[in-house]
Design a protein around this ligand. Structure first.
Ligand code: AMP
Length: 614
């Protein structure tokens, strides 16, 4: 059975809401959104165990906007959203405005710290949605004698924090002012007894949405994300197989196409790395033999495509290498599903080019498992980099150069490798056409990550030999030089080079453009300095937006949501493979058609010429 509400369109949302979602850059709902949105649309009360990072904000905002549809002139807000902190409320407000962009719904905030007069006039402006901190909302309600009789829905966001911060009385008071027919949604990372009691008293037959205890991926699985260019992936793969992974461990390598399998198998043979392979067009006898060879541990490496790996009884193994990063998070989970099971540990290495990086952001959201950039100054430190959490780091150029040299030598010795490589390149172009497009939000995150983070070598490459010998200094200089090249911005364009040149139009245009943009940039930087000046954060009393046990709790959440999701994912995966095949077929038919048209056109041209001659 395929899960209902698997995608935003299947949730039967109206056009303006769907447009808002896509404009925000979301392509597929996160697990909490899949589960919650249909229930809220159905009018039921909800208690959802979800925390920041799971996509919970959209899980309540999307159905709210769908239900409200358009602005109502009659007096009174129809939705109240209560947040524990000003920061969270402002973030929710921003999201609400973005999602409601294609509707005429009005949204306002009532927050502690803002002017009361301004808030009175905000209420008079008759907003449809009020996002508030409870203390100030109650204050305003008492001052203005608000009854909240028009409120149809109320959301308690981060309810556990609302209670931790002592808002219990205000919450009960606000709830008691609402009509008993209202719909109540409560989002909380944890469910302590106080919240359970509050829920019993204030909610009607709520549906509990919780992300179950089974993890999506085993907690013993180490995720290693390696940033490298597409051209350097083979070199990185060789290095991993030869130097990083232990010789007694079994490895499955996921490759994009059958042609990659054939080419890489040849290279591995020449490098004396025993391997076997599976691709879908392989005849059943050969498949059986190859799987058996791998099962019996006669060879350590199995090269596969996603299609070929389906339905195959792959044994529990130690390592998975993703030569290409999967465009769907479920596919990633599916690939690594055979590793780190039954009490064993395991590692998933992913070779990620910049165009694949957005998929890593989507995955980290899906798994609720953030990653961080490897520390660029690791080579300076005497201590090992603490390897907590998963890291995204690059591959040292020395390693790539070394392996590439070997690959080039092999190409020199075996001429067929050149043509095999070319076939791979054109097959890869086809593969890219069938690859799912990354969602806009992840693309934005990827750009800002690449621009703002200094990314160092992944700690797996920083071994003691490098740390202890003279190479250390050299490597440091290299890292620094590369990062300075990366952040280098010339202060003039090619049109303006050479001051003594006669004035030409391009130069004048650039000059004018610079004057305009410099003004805008100047304004921007002034604005940002103002912002920092107004930051009166008192370290002693400041309450963090995220609770201290955020990451621990997040880990728990992951574990739970997975069982059901995994079942769904396997079914969706079947469907995805089918869709992918169809897409490929469509592309191929289209190409054949165009070829035919070209041939017909060519023949027609010839016939016309012949006629003309006659
Ligand atoms: P939240 O848990 O609501 O604070 O969301 C965490 C982050 O995930 C925010 O940056 C959201 O914009 C992003 N996000 C939430 N849902 C989705 C989705 N369906 N697709 C892509 N990004 C999302």
């Amino acid at each position: 059975m395929k899960s209902s509400g698997g995608s935003f369109p299947s949730m039967k949302l109206s056009k303006p809401v769907l447009k808002g979602i896509y404009k925000k850059g979301y392509k597929n709902p996160t697990p909490i959104q899949r589960k919650t949105i249909p229930i809220v649309l159905n009018g039921q009360d909800v208690v959802a165990m979800a925390r920041t990072g799971s996509g919970k904000t959209a899980a309540f905002l999307i159905p709210i906007i769908e239900k409200l549809q358009s602005h109502k002139i009659e007096k009174g807000a129809r939705v109240l959203i209560l947040s524990p902190t000003r920061e969270l409320a402002l973030q929710t407000y921003k999201f609400a405005r973005e999602f409601a962009r294609f509707t005429d719904l009005k949204c306002e905030t009532i927050l502690g710290g803002d002017s009361m007069e301004r808030q009175f006039s905000k209420i008079h402006e008759n907003p449809d949605i009020i996002i508030a901190t409870p203390g100030r909302l109650l204050h305003v309600a008492i001052e203005m004698d608000l009854k909240f009789s028009s409120v149809q829905m109320i959301v308690f966001d981060e309810a556990d924090r609302l209670f931790e911060m002592g808002f219990k009385e205000q919450l009960t008071e606000i709830l008691s002012r609402l009509s008993s027919k209202r719909q109540t949604l409560l989002f909380s990372a944890t469910l302590p007894q106080t919240i359970v009691d509050f829920t019993r008293a204030g909610l009607i037959d709520p549906v509990l949405v919780r992300l179950d205890t089974e993890t999506k991926i085993s907690e013993n699985l180490r995720l290693i994300h390696l940033g490298c260019r597409n051209e350097d992936k083979l070199a990185t793969l060789l290095h991993l197989l030869k130097n990083v992974i232990k010789s007694n461990e079994q490895i499955i390598v996921f490759l994009p196409t059958r042609h990659h399998i054939e080419y890489i198998k040849e290279i591995l043979d020449q490098c004396f790395i025993p391997s076997t392979y599976l691709y879908s067009s392989l005849d059943s006898e050969a498949r059986k033999i190859n799987i058996r060879t791998f099962h019996l541990k006669k060879v350590p490496v199995l090269l596969v495509t996603d299609l070929a790996a389906r339905g195959v009884d792959i044994p529990l193994l130690d390592n998975v290498i993703n030569f290409n990063f999967p465009s769907r998070s479920k596919l990633f989970v599916h690939r690594v599903g055979r590793t780190a099971r039954a009490g064993r540990s395991g590692t998933a290495y992913s070779l990620i080019s910049n165009d694949e990086l957005p998929y890593l952001f989507t995955l980290s959201l899906f798994l609720n498992q953030p990653f961080k950039a490897a520390n660029p100054s690791i080579l300076n430190n005497e201590d090992d980099d603490d390897d907590d959490g998963c890291k995204y780091g690059t591959v040292p150029q020395t390693i790539i150069d070394e392996e590439n040299e070997i690959i080039q030598k092999l190409h020199g010795q075996f001429s067929e490798l050149d043509s095999m490589e070319k076939v791979c390149q054109s097959a890869y172009k086809q593969y890219l056409k069938t690859r799912e497009i990354a969602d806009g939000e992840s693309v934005r995150k990827m750009k800002s990550f690449l621009e703002n983070e200094k990314i160092g070598y992944h700690p797996i490459f920083i071994d003691r030999t490098i740390k202890q010998n003279d190479q250390r200094k050299m490597e440091n200089e290299r890292v620094e030089m590369l990062s300075s090249i990366k952040s280098y911005k010339p202060n003039m364009t090619v049109f303006e080079i050479g001051k003594n040149n006669k004035a030409n139009t391009a130069r004048e245009v650039m000059k004018m453009k610079r004057q305009v943009t410099e003004k805008i940039l100047g304004k921007k930087s002034n604005h940002s300095s103002e912002q920092t000046e107004t930051n009166f954060k008192d370290k002693e009393f400041y309450l963090n937006y995220q609770s201290n046990d955020f990451h621990f709790e997040k880990g728990l959440q992951l574990t739970k949501s997975f069982d059901t999701q995994l079942k769904e994912s396997i079914l969706d995966f079947d469907d995805e493979i089918f869709k992918q095949r169809k897409r490929l077929e469509r592309i191929q038919t289209h190409q054949k058609k165009r070829q035919r048209q070209r041939v017909v056109g060519h023949n027609k041209g010839k016939a016309m010429k012949r006629k003309g001659k006659r």
